[in-house]
Design a protein around this ligand. Structure first.
Ligand SMILES: Cc1ncc(COP(=O)(O)O)c(C=O)c1O
Length: 311
């Protein structure tokens, strides 16, 4: 990921199946099922430095999605909500981190050849790493996007609401295509041509003071940041509409931005060579970005319950 600091990785401690181990010890044989077939599942969570110390943002919501992803894929994790939450806290604490990215990962820890998952050992790991801005320092000025020629996977092909490793091949294809064409990121359309999402982000468009975002059923991951921004917008008196959105709205809207745990709120200033609004970051985007930063930093009393302080 763009915001990652890679040096010193070997010194990290990783929570693996109930105990903290060295980063190199948390490794797998080359023939491991989930490495070969993409059968792992994961989460992406951020912690932020706050006045009260490191605070994990919406930890329970992320772990609920992790458990639901496991359920959809009929994967027995062997750990429940409280154990997973405590493990994430331990991973942050053991590495002495404040602002960081937390990556829960569950996988078939078995190197027998063959697709069947029945009876295979499942391992669960949680890593925490230092992490900055996903789109780099310049992202506050807005990024340039390309509508992908690859459609977003639809739920009749793969469970799009589950966060499984295999789903990300679709994201990687779109991201690679956008980068090859000189853009910062892709925007994927759903199978029927409506706006879906970015490879690792949900998308919002503003028009005439109203905020629009593709609805559940638009082949999107139900992003936790998406939910955060919908609530913050409504809390700030901004009307939010969740519905199917035509592609052309990407070109005619006043403002656009991505949302995601990694991407946070990233303004979009150009799509397919067409400037969004005036090609500058709009006022609603700035307002919501500020509200988001304040909330994750623990300065919004209404939503203080979203923070889990790491003690
Ligand atoms: C495909 C996809 N859509 C949307 C999101 C945003 O989800 P969240 O806000 O929960 O991180 C992500 C990131 O997890 C993603 O990978």
């Amino acid at each position: 990921m763009a915001g990652e600091k890679k040096e010193g990785r070997g010194g990290l401690k990783v929570w693996l199946n109930g105990r903290m181990v060295g980063y190199r010890e948390a490794s797998v044989p080359i023939l491991t099922h989930s490495l070969q077939y993409g059968s792992g599942i994961f989460e992406g969570i951020r912690a932020y430095g706050t006045k009260g110390g490191a605070a994990i943002f919406r930890l329970e919501d992320h772990m609920r999605r992790f458990l639901n992803t496991a359920k959809i894929h009929q994967m027995e994790l062997g750990y429940g909500m409280e154990e997973l939450k405590n493990a994430a806290i331990e991973a942050v604490k053991a590495n002495g981190l404040e602002s960081c990215y937390i990556r829960p990962f569950a996988f078939y820890d078995d190197d027998e050849i063959g697709l069947a998952t029945g009876g295979k050992k499942v391992s669960v790991a949680i890593a925490a790493v230092p992490f900055g801005a996903y789109f780099g320092k310049g992202r506050n000025e807005g990024i340039r996007c390309k509508t992908s020629s690859w459609r977003r996977i639809s739920s009749d092909l793969l469970p799009v609401e589950a966060k499984s490793s295999g789903n990300y091949i679709n994201s990687i294809m779109a991201n690679r295509e956008a980068h090859s064409a000189g853009f910062d990121e892709a925007i994927l359309l759903s199978h029927n041509g409506y706006i879906a999402e970015g490879p690792g982000e949900n998308i919002f468009l503003a028009e005439n003071g109203t905020l629009f975002t593709p609805a559940r059923g638009s082949d999107i991951l139900m992003g936790i940041t998406r939910d955060t921004l919908i609530r913050l917008a409504r809390d700030n008196g901004i009307a939010v509409v969740e519905e199917q959105l035509h592609r052309e709205m990407l070109y005619s809207c006043d403002e656009a931005f991505f949302s995601g745990t990694a991407a946070e709120l990233t303004p979009i200033v150009e799509v397919d060579g067409i400037k969004v609004g005036g090609g500058k970051v709009g006022d609603m985007t700035k307002r919501l970005a500020a509200a988001y930063s304040e909330t994750v930093a623990g300065n919004n009393k209404t939503f203080a319950h979203w923070l889990t302080i790491v003690k």
